[in-house]
Write a protein that binds this ligand. Sequence first.
Ligand SMILES: CC(C)(COP(=O)(O)OP(=O)(O)OC[C@H]1O[C@@H](n2cnc3c(N)ncnc32)[C@H](O)[C@@H]1OP(=O)(O)O)[C@@H](O)C(=O)NCCC(=O)NCCS
Length: 201
Amino acid sequence: MLVVLRALEREDLIVLHKWQNDEEIMRLARSFPDHVISKEALEAEFARELKGEDTGRRAYIIEEKSSNKPIGWATIRIHGFQRRNTTADVGLALGDKTAWNKKIAWNKGYGTETAKLLLDEVFRQLNLHRAEWWTFAENNVSVQLAKKLGFKEEARLRDAVFFDNRYHDMVVLGLLKQEFESIRAAAETSRDKTVSYLQSP
Ligand SMILES: CC(C)(COP(=O)(O)OP(=O)(O)OC[C@H]1O[C@@H](n2cnc3c(N)ncnc32)[C@H](O)[C@@H]1OP(=O)(O)O)[C@@H](O)C(=O)NCCC(=O)NCCS
């Protein structure tokens, strides 16, 4: 395991404040390069999570397992507008660009592992039926990561966001619980085969 997801603590607001005022991170994470937020506003935004109140939004800190260092944040937002709660949006961002060269920190498998942990929570703990992944169309790494995990592109919302002086399409990707389970079963079968091959005399 490379990462763990843990609860957001008050002291994490310092690093979250830095990440959420970073143009490059916020362009990719929220299609919002000019995002600026004060410490006080950030604290107000996460007040309920910090108190442990269930808001239908779960916020996590992504921690690197070997160093216990926060390297990003992740969220699960359960849609509250349905008759029955069946769907959640998942989102993640690796914010740490100081400790390592960004190109090394991103692309080591941290994103894949974090997303798998989020999907475990969505499908195997919350027992939801659908996960959604939203990003602007040119965020290739995000789209490829979602597809690698089994998400299918379901919609393209034309000119849905405006930043950097032009409109951008949004892509909505979806993954159903049964698709997630069959991908997991296939991965477990191939892992079992590898283990038995390695163990054979
Ligand atoms: C998206 C993000 C979480 C991915 O994290 P990561 O640790 O770099 O991802 P991984 O190393 O696990 O790679 C995941 C996949 O991304 C894809 N990928 C990586 N680099 C890529 C590139 N330059 N172009 C296209 N796809 C790429 C590949 O499919 C890769 O899987 P593979 O290595 O098996 O081929 C990270 O880049 C990030 O935090 N970006 C900023 C915020 C953001 O875009 N969040 C997503 C918004 S929903």
